[in-house]
Write a protein that binds this ligand. Structure first.
Ligand code: HEM
Length: 412
């Protein structure tokens, strides 16, 4: 495979569903052309694929030089033309740069600080126990991706936003339609209008939530967002909806992908599962290794605001760059045996949560959720094996398992 062939993986949703060949392509790029111009696909504007860990960090460390605006996520030319003509349907933290980004991030930054999240510890442990009980009740066979991994982070997010349990199913569908929209099994339709309909449903739903929390504030995250002020004014409709959508979506499919992929890694590496049974104190390290291993966020894009030379390549002002987190997380120059799943890996300087001013706001929460779930699950599992072929989502952005059939024996 030459670098031009390898570079096609970034514009091919099905390529992300074949983990081994995806990583093979990235290894070719890291070795032969780590700053590689992808320009063959007529559907997409050209972009530089950045595949080395050090280069991703270098770019993320310069947010004024490499901005998230105007297009932080890889979309085809049609979707870009649409956005230019119609304006942004949403403007979330990932669409922003400073100074707006800093101001909007501050609205919830404190809520996501460890000292506040600590308060959730017992609630997470309770939710984890209920989730694992549910798995026990399924009687030794389930699709772990659908039956367990997708529901647990959704319950957490919906819980912190303060949504009623009766709305969980609706939220699950909407977030999957928004994020999994490159996979034929998950998308509502294929047109921009279909996507707009999904976003409109978010608008209606969260508009009602804002009104309720302004009338009667509670201690949930929705109340923080609904009642926040910037320069003495409440957030406007677009700011509000964008905030809810980024929290609801960013905190959901990402974590469920890491959970399902993490479990598959333990099934395929029974020595590592046994290691965690013997030494539960390693679970926090194992969680980070699961996140590195799966890297559920496949990329973010940046736009160069000045000419820049990276690894000898001339990036021109206005060029678009794709930061490939899965590739950075298998970089041979940073990780010892990067293709080995090592539940006790230390250090583990993975980039799955990004780096710099946009570093994942929910990283601590995601880690807490996963620790709570695996700390509950691992000691109760007597035996576990695959019961069919796992399947990954087709995606260009966020993804992981859509199916993980397993059989297991466990105790209460
Ligand atoms: C394993 C789970 C998760 C992964 C892999 C992940 C990954 C990421 C990545 C790669 C970024 C962009 C970082 C950058 O540009 O440098 C990001 C941003 C973000 N994440 Fe996460 N995330 C996860 C879970 C969560 C959770 C649980 C929440 C919240 C409840 C969350 C909320 C956010 C938000 C709000 C941003 C935007 C931050 C900004 O632009 O300032 N994420 N995440």
């Amino acid at each position: 495979m030459n670098p031009d062939e390898a570079g096609t993986v970034f514009t091919t949703p099905a390529a992300y569903a074949d983990d081994a060949s995806f990583h093979q392509a990235c290894a070719v790029l890291r070795r032969e052309d780590p700053v590689h111009l992808v320009s063959q696909d007529p559907l997409f504007a050209p972009f530089w694929a950045i595949t080395k860990h050090a280069d991703i960090m270098e770019i993320e460390a310069k947010p004024n030089l490499f901005t998230n605006a105007p297009f932080p996520v890889l979309g085809n030319i049609e979707s870009q033309d649409h956005a230019r003509a119609q304006g942004d349907m949403l403007r979330t933290l990932i669409h922003m740069d400073d100074p707006d980004h800093r101001v909007i991030r501050e609205v919830t930054a404190e809520w996501f600080l460890p000292r506040n999240l600590e308060k959730l510890q017992s609630r997470l442990a309770g939710l984890a126990a209920t989730t694992v009980d549910g798995m026990f009740d399924l009687g030794g066979r389930c699709d772990f991706a659908r039956d367990v991994a997708m529901n647990f982070p959704l319950s957490v997010i919906n819980g912190i936003l303060g949504l009623p349990e009766s709305d969980f199913g609706r939220m699950l569908m909407l977030t999957q339609e928004l994020f999994g929209s490159a996979d034929p099994e998950m998308q509502r339709g294929t047109t921009m209008e279909d996507l707009q309909k999904v976003i409109m449903e978010f608008f209606v739903y969260f508009g009602e939530l804002t009104a309720a929390r302004r009338a009667t504030p509670t201690d949930d995250l929705a109340s923080v967002i609904a009642n926040a002020t910037i320069d003495g004014r409440l957030l406007n409709d677009l700011e509000l909806i964008s905030y809810y959508v980024i929290i609801a979506t960013a905190g959901h499919d990402t974590t469920s992908s890491a959970i399902a992929g993490g479990l598959q890694a333990l099934i395929e590496h029974p020595d590592q599962l046994q290691r965690l049974r013997d030494e539960p104190g390693l679970i926090p390290k194992a969680v980070d290794e699961m996140i590195r291993w799966t890297t559920p966020v496949k990329h973010f894009m940046r736009t160069a605001q000045e000419d820049y030379v990276l690894r000898g390549r001339s990036i021109a002002k206005g060029d678009w760059l794709l930061l490939s987190y899965p590739s950075g997380n298998r970089d041979e120059d940073v990780f010892t045996d990067p293709f080995t799943f090592d539940a006790g890996r230390s250090p583990n300087k993975h980039l799955a949560f990004g780096f710099g001013v946009h570093f994942c706001l929910g990283a601590m929460l995601a880690r807490m959720e996963m620790k709570a779930l695996f700390a509950e699950l691992i000691p109760r599992l007597d035996d576990i094996a695959l019961a069919g072929e796992p399947a990954l989502m087709q995606t260009l952005f966020v993804g992981g398992h859509k199916r993980l059939p397993i059989q297991y024996s466990m105790h209460r």
